[in-house]
Design a protein around this ligand. Structure first.
Ligand code: ATP
Length: 285
């Protein structure tokens, strides 16, 4: 039996646009995504000789074939034509769930990367990302990591230069929003504003954190904010204490801000900590 260790990093959507609805009912997205230093830890025992087991230290996460980490192991075993000989997956959770931070997808990507390494790289990184699309739409990006333009349902990836070093504060309010409901609401109305992904790419290329902060935009943000005034509160605190820009990530409900320094980030956290327990300071990775 061998034990594999892999970090599972959360993602933020610096931009998120819905650019069309497909005939199969899914939406076409265009998003600049960034991995950040908030991580789950994934440990995998390969070759236990026993039935598959998955454990997670956080309540409410499915610990069976519904878990994306489990699905990823199945997808890998089928595609690589390997008998894993029984596995045990242990997940230590730090990424908040239903936050828009890709927690489950990050765990799945960690399993794919770890198994690919264990079996001496049967898949290139891009082939592994493609496999990830069979597990979930954010998994391909989580396999690749860094900074990337993500399109389609999440399966089309274009690596961008790493975004410049900066400090993020992420706050996850207690409510959660339903992703299908959000898409339904977007379908009902014309999207009033879209992110400028060309300007975002240019800002990343130039390493200009001010321009990056100016161009963060998520089409779901106004939809969620309209119904949850709390979002305005969180964003206004961030804005009042030095944030260069703040926005919801994914389908929420976590909100992130870009701060000019750790000191500013600490002040924002201090101002939010009495009302919110899920607050993080993190960096791009
Ligand atoms: P995304 O940003 O991709 O929309 P999310 O923020 O909605 O992700 P996740 O942490 O991925 O949140 O969890 C969403 C749901 O997925 C959970 O409520 C849980 O039932 C299920 N799930 C399956 N596998 C996992 C996993 N490994 N970790 C967390 N949740 C998982």
């Amino acid at each position: 039996m061998t034990t594999l260790y892999e970090g599972a990093f959360a993602k933020l959507n610096l931009t998120l646009d819905v650019v069309g609805k497909r005939e199969d009912g899914y939406h076409d997205l265009q998003s600049v995504m960034q991995t950040v230093s908030i991580r789950d830890d994934v440990e995998i025992d390969v070759g236990t000789g026993k039935p598959w087991v998955l454990t997670c230290d956080k309540e409410g996460i499915p610990c069976d074939a519904r878990n994306l980490a489990w699905k990823a192991a199945e997808v890998f075993a089928n595609a690589a034509k390997k008998d894993l000989g029984g596995i045990e997956i242990r997940i230590t959770k730090r990424i908040p769930s239903q936050a828009g931070m890709g927690g489950g997808s990050a765990d799945a990507a960690a399993v794919l990367r770890a198994l690919n390494r264990h079996y001496d790289y049967p898949f290139s990184i891009m082939a592994l990302a493609e496999l990830g699309a069979e597990v979930g739409s954010d998994v391909p990006f989580c396999v690749l990591g860094g900074t990337a333009m993500v399109e389609g349902r999440g399966e089309r990836l274009r690596k961008l230069p790493d975004m410049p070093d900066c400090i993020f504060v992420v706050c996850k309010p207690d409510f959660s929003s339903s992703t299908p409901e959000l898409y339904a609401k977007l379908d009902e109305t014309a999207i009033p504003k879209h992110p400028d992904n060309i300007a975002m790419e240019r800002a990343i290329l130039a390493g200009d954190i001010g321009q990056i902060a100016e161009n963060i935009y998520n089409v779901f943000d106004p939809v969620v904010t309209a119904e949850n005034l709390e979002m305005n509160y969180v964003k206004s605190i961030m804005n009042s204490y030095g944030s260069l820009g703040q926005q919801m990530t994914g389908s929420g409900s976590a909100v992130f801000a870009i701060l000019p320094s750790f000191e500013y980030a600490a002040v924002v956290c201090n101002m939010l900590k009495d009302n919110y327990s899920n607050i993080f300071i993190c960096k791009p990775v």
